[in-house]
Design a protein around this ligand. Structure first.
Ligand SMILES: [Ca+2]
Length: 106
């Protein structure tokens, strides 16, 4: 009799949207911080940046950010509009956090 293979149900619920995104300017670095997500299957966060508000976000991190903070080292001059998302171990990604506006120095 063939053994029944237990197929793991891949859950599809994304994590909650991260909250409390704020930032500090440290010379040319933008030091971002936000509240911890509490999902047990949380894998990490993605950090996005755009030169315009509300669109055009480009992901800054190359691998998932595993703590609830991120530093954009030597931020380019001009406008930075940051948002953060949370990602779980099934690769579900939350919506964007509140948007944070910071200015890169010339
Ligand atoms: Ca934090």
């Amino acid at each position: 009799m063939p053994r029944l293979r237990h197929l793991r149900h891949r859950e599809a619920t994304p994590p909650a949207v991260p909250t409390g995104l704020s930032g500090n300017q440290n010379n040319n670095d933008h030091v971002l911080n936000w509240d911890d997500n509490t999902e047990p299957d949380l894998a990490g966060y993605n950090v996005y940046d755009s030169e315009t508000s509300g669109s055009g976000y480009v992901k800054l991190n190359t691998s998932l950010v595993t703590s609830s903070n991120y530093t954009n080292v030597d931020a380019a001059p001009g406008n930075h509009y940051y948002v953060v998302t949370a990602v779980d171990t099934s690769n579900n990604e939350s919506g964007y956090s509140n948007e944070l506006h910071m200015q890169g120095q010339n």
